[in-house]
Structure formats: structure tokens, C-alpha cells
Design a protein around this ligand. Structure first.
Ligand SMILES: [Zn+2]
Ligand SMILES: [Zn+2]
Length: 332
């Protein structure tokens, strides 16, 4: 996607250039995260943008026309820089509601290739561009993301070509640098943050990831979609915040009836997601300081109250617990 002339800046390169302009020695630029750790602690804010699990958009039944929960996405603002984790349908709108102008988005991370986590991936990049994007956006996700990015650009090439020629816009294709994550472990390091990834259990997808952000002594972990996985408790050990997906088992039969064209949905749900009790087990084993429930399955059943979501978790975990809702914010 890139030629050398237009090779976009990484977060580190970007910092390097601005520091070099300021006359600083390159020796000072080594080990960006270590240096960041010594610098002033960046302000960190976590925002739940969309808390619904599953691809269906909007509510049904007597709540038809409502959007109690938008599809899955999260935001970390680290020193004011937006990191978007997953891009379910509605992510652009939810970012704006959270007070983030789209052209400021700098990093996008996708946990896995299910549409409730990526349906608006390309459109978010496009919307950032149409809002005045002039810097690079780096995107990260399981293998397939680079191809998906090229495909999105091809799908929209008539519009993109037209606006580049007609309006003098920079070429969107040269502003986006997509990265397929093939080696897990450390996947993104810059002067603000270190991000590591681990494999989740989310069959039939082989590549589904959880992400851990470490910044200024604070740790935030996103489970992504996963079946009960004790390895996640190791990965999230002592985290300040664990944002974990959740499923309420007794409601699943009713959910399956509301989606008449998904014959084997019940089997998929039980093999690939985590029920409330098991979320509590993971959070307790990891001794996280705060547990935030998100990616609710079912996400459109008003009969499942705050207390019902908490009840199973509380059998095992006694730390701080938040039943997530859209646009809920946490200052770290
Ligand atoms: Zn999902
Ligand atoms: Zn999924």
C-alpha cells in the first residue's frame, strides 16, 4: 500500500522527528517506552463506546427503534491520543458523542474478524479522513487486516480518487498503515504505551486476541471475545482495569429464538464466550483492581438487570465491579 516516498511515520518516528527538530540527540531517543516511564505520567481515560455483543444492530420487540447498546468498541485516551479498540457498527458516532473528533484518531486495534468488532473499521478510517485527517493512522489486528484495508480502499476508490483530484485531499490509502499481527507478545510500542497481545479462545476463529495496554504504571486489559480462559487471568494479573466480555446463560434460549436464521447459535455461544460466573473466576484469579463488564450477550434484553449481570460474577470476585453501559468513562 505504501511506496517509500510516502512511507508513513510510526509513532516513534513522528516523535523522533519532532525531537530532532528541537535539537535533541538521537541517543536520547532509544527505548521509547522506558523513557516514557520516566517522563510525566500521561492522563489516561477509558471510555466504553459500544457494549453490545453480537452483530445485530438496534433493539427489537417493544424497544424497536432504540439503541440501548451499540456494537462493540472501546476507547483509550492516553495523553489525549485516541486508541480505538474494535470498530463495531456505530463507532464513529460514539467517538463523537465521547467528545473525540475523528481526525484525531491515531491507532486502531481489532481483536478479531467478527463483524460486531470491525464492521465500521473502514468507515471509521474514511470518516476520519473526511473530517480532515492529515497524519498516519496505524491499525493492528489478526491476519487479514491488511487485505481488508486494501479491499475497503478498492471498494471506495471512485470516491477517494475523485476527492484527491477534485478537492486536493491527501490520499487516504497513503495515510493508513495496517499491520497484521502474526507474532504475539509486544505488538505496539511508542513513547506513551506498550501493547501486548495474547490468543483468546474464540472458535472457530483461530486468531482472536486480548490486548494489554501498559502506560505510566497503569495496566488496562481488554479480553476481546473469549471462552473461559485461565491464561487470561495470568495475562491480566494485577491490572488496574479488566474489560471483560460477558454472557448470561439463562437468557440464551430466548436470544436464539429472536434470531431465527442461526441454527447452531447456542453451540457457538457456549464454545466461544464466558458466562457471568466464569468472568468472576477470571477477575478473582487475576486480582484485578476494577472489573468492567462489556460485550453483553444478550445485549438487547431489558429483563436482565444490573443486579442479574452482577450476581454470577459476585460469587467469585469481590473487587470493584462495573456493569458497563455505552459512553461510561473511567479516569485512571
Ligand atoms: Zn463479539
Ligand atoms: Zn466474536
Amino acid at each position: 500500500m505504501q511506496d517509500d516516498k510516502h512511507k508513513p511515520l510510526t509513532g516513534i518516528d513522528h516523535k523522533r522527528r519532532s525531537l530532532l527538530r528541537a535539537g535533541m540527540s538521537t541517543a536520547l531517543l532509544a527505548a521509547p517506552y522506558a523513557r516514557m516511564a520516566q517522563a510525566a505520567t500521561p492522563a489516561v481515560k477509558l471510555v466504553l463506546l459500544g457494549t453490545r455483543g453480537g452483530p445485530r444492530v438496534g433493539d427489537t420487540g417493544k424497544n424497536l427503534g432504540k439503541f440501548t447498546r451499540m456494537n462493540a468498541s472501546n476507547l483509550l485516551l492516553i495523553g489525549g491520543v485516541p486508541y480505538v479498540i474494535d470498530c463495531g457498527y456505530g463507532v464513529s458516532q460514539q467517538l463523537l458523542k465521547a467528545g473525540v473528533t475523528l481526525e484525531t484518531v491515531r491507532y486502531v486495534l481489532i481483536t478479531h474478524h467478527h463483524s460486531d468488532h470491525e464492521l465500521e473499521y473502514g468507515n471509521l478510517l474514511y470518516n476520519a479522513w473526511s473530517s480532515g485527517l492529515s497524519h498516519q493512522i496505524d491499525t493492528y489486528g489478526p491476519p487479514g487486516l491488511e487485505q481488508m484495508t486494501r479491499d475497503f480502499m478498492a471498494l471506495n476508490h471512485i470516491d477517494i480518487d475523485t476527492r484527491v483530484a477534485d478537492e486536493g485531499k491527501p490520499d487516504l490509502r497513503k495515510l493508513i498503515q495496517a499491520h497484521d499481527i502474526t507474532d504475539l507478545g509486544q505488538v505496539l510500542v511508542n513513547e506513551q504505551v506498550k501493547v501486548t497481545a495474547m490468543h483468546s479462545i474464540h472458535p472457530p476463529l483461530a486468531d482472536a486476541y486480548a490486548y494489554k495496554f501498559e502506560t505510566g504504571g497503569k495496566t488496562i486489559v481488554f479480553s476481546g471475545d473469549t471462552a473461559y480462559n485461565p491464561k487470561l487471568a495470568e495475562f491480566a494479573r494485577g491490572a488496574d482495569y479488566l474489560v471483560h466480555e460477558v454472557m448470561y446463560a439463562p437468557a440464551l434460549e430466548a436470544l436464539a429464538k429472536r434470531v431465527p436464521n442461526a441454527r447452531t447459535m447456542m453451540e457457538h455461544l457456549h464454545a466461544s464466550h464466558t458466562v457471568t460466573e466464569d468472568v468472576g473466576r477470571i477477575a478473582a484469579a487475576a486480582q484485578v483492581k476494577n472489573l468492567v463488564l462489556s460485550h453483553f450477550v444478550p445485549g438487547d434484553d431489558p429483563a436482565i438487570t444490573h443486579d442479574i449481570w452482577s450476581e454470577g460474577v459476585r460469587k467469585h470476585y469481590q473487587g470493584k465491579l462495573f456493569v458497563g453501559r455505552d459512553l461510561m468513562e473511567f479516569e485512571l
